[in-house]
Write a protein that binds this ligand. Structure first.
Ligand code: FES
Length: 172
């Protein structure tokens, strides 16, 4: 058992890497698996991914830092990504962000004292028709109002209490 991946995940990724002509294609899936297991991707996770895929740590790091859904430092049990791209900006994303900051008592880039939520801005979530939108974990919430935000936070808080630490990427 590895603290960053279960033994079966290790075996699966080693087998996939051995069978792949382009192991780089496995980087995101592998980093997501490490993140699901550990809650975020520490330096040891970058090194482990490099070793499994036969790539350099720098090649892994380039991908890890490109995707804003891969976390290279500790985050709360759930990460809230608030869209600030054009459709959401035009329909009230600044009000959504302000409401969340006041409600949670944190700014972007911070985590609540109870470790429940980390707040981050993000570019378009692909839910422009339901703007303004946010994503908590992998669940999209659109046409946001203060009432809908309150309901989403309650729902996500109870979900993460049920599933525990490392539930960031999981949906139900
Ligand atoms: S602009 Fe916000 S979801 Fe597309």
């Amino acid at each position: 058992m590895n603290k960053l991946l279960s033994q079966s995940e290790l075996d699966t990724f080693r087998a996939k890497a051995a069978a792949s002509a382009h192991p780089r294609e496995l980087i995101v899936d592998l980093l997501r698996a490490i993140q699901d297991h550990h809650g975020w991707v520490p330096d040891e996770g970058i090194e482990l991914a490099a070793e499994i895929l036969g790539l350099s740590p720098l090649q892994i790091e380039e991908i890890a830092t490109f995707y804003d859904k891969i976390f290279r430092q500790p985050v709360g049990r759930k990460v809230i990504h608030v869209c600030d791209s054009i459709c959401c900006w035009a329909t009230g994303s600044e009000e959504v962000a302000g409401y969340l900051r006041r409600k949670l008592g944190i700014d972007f880039g911070e985590t609540t004292a109870d470790g429940a939520f980390t707040l981050l801005p993000t570019c378009c979530l692909g839910a422009c028709g339901d703007a303004p939108a946010m994503m908590i974990g992998l669940t999209l919430y659109g046409r946001l109002t203060p009432e809908k935000i309150d309901a989403a936070l309650e729902k996500e808080k109870s979900r993460s209490q049920e599933s525990g630490v490392g539930s960031q990427g999981k949906t139900s």
